[in-house]
Design a protein around this ligand. Structure first.
Ligand SMILES: *[C@@H]1O[C@H](CO)[C@@H](O)[C@H](O)[C@H]1NC(C)=O
Ligand SMILES: *[C@@H]1O[C@H](CO)[C@@H](O)[C@H](O)[C@H]1NC(C)=O
Ligand SMILES: *[C@@H]1O[C@H](CO)[C@@H](O)[C@H](O)[C@H]1NC(C)=O
Length: 387
C-alpha cells in the first residue's frame, strides 16, 4: 500500500513538473530535487507561465526568495556548469577555453543523447561580462571553429565570455554534425536533437554566474550556425539582445519573437553554398536582402516596405544595407562582401573550395554592433505585454 502510494506520488509530481515545464516554454528549469519554480524571465514574458500559480503554486515565501537580478546571486558560493564547478564571485573566475560536458537532465527532452558538450571561455576578473553564443557550421567542431574564426582570441582580448556549443551528429541530418535548423529557420526534424532547449539549459546555467550580464547575451554563428541564430532569435528573443549571422541570415517562419531583434548579417556575394540571391538548397530559398527586409519589417524599421538599398563602402570592398529608426533601436543591417565566398570575414585561412575571404575584421564589427545593443529596460517598456 505504502509502495503504491509512493509510486503514485512520484507519478503525480512528475506530471506536475511536466505541465509546469510545458507552460513555461521549457524555461522553467529547476535544480535536481528543488521545487518546481518559474524563473523571473519566464514570468516576465507573458507568453509562458500565465497560469503558473495554479500549476506550480509556489508559496509567497518562496516567491520572495527568488532572486530579483544577477546581483542577488552573490550569496551562491559555487556554480556548477556541467562537469565543472566554479566560484560565483562578482568577477568572472578564470576558466577556459576548455570543453565542458553537460549531462542534460532527464526532464529536458533532448533526445538521442543525454550528454552534450560545449567550449567555454570566461574572462577572468571581468565584472558584467557580455556572453556570446557562437555556433559552428555543418561538420565543424566548436574548438576549431573558435580558433578558425579568431573568436577565442578576440573574446580573451575584449573581456567577452564565449560559449561555443557542439552540434550533434544525427541520423536526422544524414549523419552530419550540425544544429537543428531547416527551411525557414524551423527545426529540421521534431525528433532530432533539441538544440533550442539545450541553449536554454546552458544559458540558464551560465547566468548563475553573477559576473555575466544577462542584458548582453548575443548570438553569432557561421552557415548552419548562422541559420541557427536566426532560429534562436525567433524562439528565445527575450534572451538575445542581438544576433550576427555570417553566411546564414534567414527570416524565421513563423517568427515567434516577442520583441524586435537587432540583426547584423555578413554575406559574400560569391557564396557557393548559400547564394546571396537565394534559390539554393531546400533550406535556402529567399535572398539574403529579402531576409533582411523581413527582419526590418518585423523590427518596425522605417522604410522597411522598400527593398534594401546598398551603399558602397569602397575601401572595405563591401556594400551595406541598413534599416534604422526601428523599435527599441533594433537596426537590421547587412554587409554584402564583394567577391567573398562562404567564409568567416577576416579569418586567416579560408576553407579550401569555399571562395575568397573578405579582408574586413568581422569580429570587430560584430563587437561594435553587439556593444551598442542591450536588453535594456527600455526595450521591455516598448513591449508592455512582456511584463
Ligand atoms: C569535462 O568534460 C570535458 C568533455 O568531455 C572534458 O574534456 C573535461 O576534461 C571534463 N572536465 C572535468 C573537470 O571533468
Ligand atoms: C548513419 O550512420 C548509421 C550508423 O553508423 C548508419 O547505419 C546509417 O546508414 C548512416 N546513414 C547515412 C544516411 O549515411
Ligand atoms: C514558431 O512556433 C510555431 C508553433 O509552435 C512552430 O510551428 C514554428 O516552427 C516556430 N517557428 C520557428 C522559427 O521555430
Amino acid at each position: 500500500m505504502v509502495r503504491i502510494a509512493i509510486v503514485l506520488l512520484g507519478l503525480l509530481t512528475r506530471a506536475e513538473e511536466l505541465s509546469c515545464r510545458g507552460r513555461c516554454n521549457l524555461l522553467m528549469l529547476r535544480a535536481a530535487g528543488a521545487a518546481c519554480q518559474c524563473t523571473k524571465s519566464c514570468v516576465q514574458s507573458g507568453s509562458c507561465c500565465q497560469d503558473y500559480h495554479s500549476l506550480c503554486a509556489p508559496s509567497d515565501q518562496e516567491i520572495s526568495q527568488w532572486p530579483s537580478g544577477a546581483d542577488s546571486f552573490k550569496t551562491v558560493k559555487t556554480v556548477t556548469i556541467g562537469n565543472v564547478s566554479m566560484e560565483a564571485s562578482a568577477t568572472c573566475p578564470s576558466f577556459g577555453p576548455a570543453w565542458v560536458s553537460i549531462l542534460v537532465p532527464e526532464w529536458v527532452p533532448v533526445q538521442v543523447e543525454q550528454e552534450r558538450k560545449m567550449f567555454l571561455y570566461l574572462p577572468a576578473g571581468v565584472r558584467k561580462a557580455p556572453l556570446w553564443f557562437a555556433f559552428h557550421g555543418t561538420n565543424q567542431h566548436a574548438d576549431t571553429f573558435v580558433s578558425w574564426t579568431g573568436l577565442g582570441k578576440f573574446a580573451a582580448e575584449n573581456g567577452i565570455a564565449l560559449v561555443a556549443l557542439q552540434g550533434m551528429k544525427s541520423s536526422y541530418y544524414n549523419n552530419l554534425t550540425r544544429f537543428n535548423v531547416g527551411a525557414n529557420s524551423e527545426r529540421i526534424s521534431p525528433d532530432g536533437p533539441k538544440d533550442v532547449e539545450f541553449v536554454q539549459l546552458v544559458l540558464q546555467t551560465i547566468l548563475q554566474l553573477p559576473c555575466i550580464d544577462k542584458d548582453r547575451v548575443y548570438c553569432t554563428g557561421y552557415s548552419n550556425g548562422g541559420r541557427f541564430c536566426s532560429r534562436l532569435a525567433s524562439q528565445m528573443s527575450e534572451h538575445f539582445a542581438a544576433i550576427a549571422p555570417v553566411s546564414g541570415l534567414r527570416y524565421p517562419f513563423k517568427n515567434n519573437a516577442t520583441r524586435a531583434v537587432p540583426t547584423l548579417a555578413f554575406h559574400g556575394d560569391a557564396d557557393p553554398i548559400n547564394p546571396f540571391y537565394g534559390h539554393g538548397g531546400p533550406y535556402w530559398k529567399i535572398s539574403v536582402p529579402r531576409a533582411l527586409q523581413l527582419w526590418a519589417k518585423f523590427n518596425g524599421c522605417r522604410w522597411s516596405s522598400n527593398a534594401p538599398m546598398f551603399f558602397d563602402v569602397p575601401h572595405d570592398h563591401m556594400s551595406m544595407a541598413l534599416y534604422d529608426e526601428c523599435h527599441s533601436g533594433a537596426t537590421a543591417k547587412l554587409l554584402k562582401l564583394h567577391g567573398a565566398g562562404h567564409q568567416w570575414p577576416g579569418c586567416k585561412h579560408g576553407i579550401p573550395g569555399l571562395g575568397k575571404v573578405s579582408a574586413i575584421d568581422g569580429n570587430k564589427m560584430i563587437h561594435a554592433f553587439f556593444d551598442s545593443k542591450t536588453l535594456s529596460s527600455s526595450v521591455r517598456q516598448e513591449y508592455p505585454h512582456l511584463i
